[in-house]
Design a protein around this ligand. Structure first.
Ligand code: SF4
Length: 328
């Protein structure tokens, strides 16, 4: 839900109950998938998740609770972080993650930037999968430092990429766009209009994945397009690829941006109190119909979830889903 320092940290016990429920739901959805598609990527979000006073314990629980599923599906845990945990905690947390995305914010105090670099060095030393996202703040106090940090990464073979900002701050002048040529492919900059919000036209996937939108894999683009119409009325498999648990509110959603439900309304699909029943219902539907249910989209904008297979008819979507599912 973004950075909000006014609310207390989610309770540890509640977080562990939700972790178990998330694994159980994942296990049910994986039961319909072919072996090559049985990969679960778990992202732990905050604001800044490592600020939680018991984050190390929660990270340990993600390993412990996964043990009973480890023969059925693969788990890749990933944390998006500003990398400012103490060096001691950072080392403990890394035992329970497969990868880290480190976000570099140029507006932070020098002390935190030093810690960021030390923690990044540790990831490189232990050969942990990582990438660095440099948030491109267009403000004159930060712009040059964003560019020089990207150059520093390039010189030192650090896997880094720039990310344009969402929302009101994500407006770039003609001069900015000219200077971005150093870091982006020209085709990724074609969408950007000077002094207009970039998020209106497209956004890089949080995972940095390129998306092919025309069937030609050689022309995949890193700026994922956002049509004004979204995919309202289309049939979508987002519920078969995503689940988001909010351990602040105790609610579950299809994902952090897609709030579409199976009954063609929007809102939480379940809460901590009835998630077990929801998961049992999915299990029964898979057994009865030979496949998990699909969504019919009722949302104006499709943000995270653009990559989930979707089609204009349920028959076409079921055909596509044969790539992933063992069932019809
Ligand atoms: S908003 Fe996107 S991910 Fe969600 S149902 Fe619609 S098309 Fe699918």
């Amino acid at each position: 839900m973004g950075h909000d320092n006014s609310i207390p940290h989610p309770e540890y016990d509640k977080s562990i109950v939700m972790l178990k429920q998330l694994y159980e739901y994942t296990d049910v959805m994986m039961s319909a998938k072919k072996n090559h598609a049985r990969d679960a990527a778990m992202n732990m979000y905050g604001g800044e998740a490592i600020f939680h006073p018991r984050f190390v314990d929660i990270a340990e629980a993600t390993s412990r609770e996964y043990e009973k599923y480890s023969d059925s599906w693969r788990l890749r845990r990933r944390l998006t972080t500003n990398g400012t945990a103490t060096e001691k905690n950072w080392k403990k947390i890394m035992d329970h993650l497969e990868g880290v995305t480190m976000s570099y914010h140029t507006y932070g105090p020098p002390k935190l930037k030093t810690l960021f670099k030390k923690n990044l060095e540790h990831l490189i030393d232990i050969k942990k999968e990582y990438d660095v996202v440099v948030l491109m703040y267009p403000h004159e106090d930060h712009w040059d430092e964003c560019r020089s940090f990207l150059r520093y990464c390039k010189t030192n073979n650090i896997n880094a990429r720039p990310r344009l900002l969402d929302g009101g701050k994500g407006k770039y002048s003609e001069k900015h766009i000219d200077e971005l040529v150093e870091f982006f492919r020209p085709e990724d900059l074609n969408h950007i209009k000077p002094d207009a919000k970039v998020s209106a036209d497209g956004r890089a996937c949080c995972g940095g994945r390129p998306l092919c939108t025309n069937g030609n894999l050689k022309t995949a683009q890193t700026l994922v397009p956002r049509g004004a119409q979204g995919y309202k009325g289309w049939f979508c498999s987002a519920n078969q690829f995503f689940i988001q648990g909010q351990n602040v509110t105790g609610e579950y959603f299809t994902n952090k941006d897609c709030h579409v439900r199976l009954d063609q309304t929007r809102g939480p699909i379940a809460t901590i109190d009835n998630m077990t029943e929801y998961t049992d219902r999915m299990r029964r539907l898979i057994t009865k119909n030979g496949a998990p249910p699909i969504l019919k989209c009722v949302q104006d904008n499709c943000l995270c979830g653009t990559c989930a297979p979707k089609a204009t008819t349920p028959e076409r979507l079921q055909e596509i889903m044969k790539i992933y599912n063992t069932t019809n």
